[in-house]
Design a protein around this ligand. Structure first.
Ligand SMILES: [Zn+2]
Length: 126
């Protein structure tokens, strides 16, 4: 069972939208981080708050960056083939799972194994 042209178009559309909004928010996080640093250079009293903010912005930026990489990977698989197949075991990923997380490269079984640390995340290793 492979994905038909119509769902392919729909997933592409959704992923492109996601990509645009992630690119936008990553940019914003970096921008805000820069502003926070500039402001805080004048006021060293709030050092704790500052490092908290910096860490928050950094974490958010990193998270969005990882998500963006997943979305880009999914778009590539849509174009070149392999979309909807688990990157670890090659199983067809369930339609419901793809509907909810069109960027996921893993089936639910492998995702759980990765989260439990039973297998290595091929995305993280690369
Ligand atoms: Zn799998």
């Amino acid at each position: 069972m492979s994905i038909n042209a119509q769902s392919k178009r729909r997933y592409t559309e959704r992923l492109l939208q996601q990509k645009r909004s992630l690119e936008h928010s990553t940019l914003n996080a970096v921008e805000q981080g820069r502003e926070a640093i500039a402001e805080d250079a004048q006021d060293a009293a709030d050092q704790a708050v500052f490092s908290y903010q910096k860490e928050f912005l950094f974490t958010r930026g990193t998270h969005d960056h990882g998500q963006l990489a997943l979305v880009k990977g999914a778009l590539q698989r849509l174009k070149e083939g392999g979309f909807g197949e688990c990157a670890v075991c090659g199983t067809q990923i369930g339609a419901k799972r793809l509907e909810a997380l069109p960027w996921t490269p893993y089936c639910i079984d492998c995702q759980e194994k990765i989260e439990r640390g039973e297998i290595e995340d091929p995305g993280r290793a690369a």
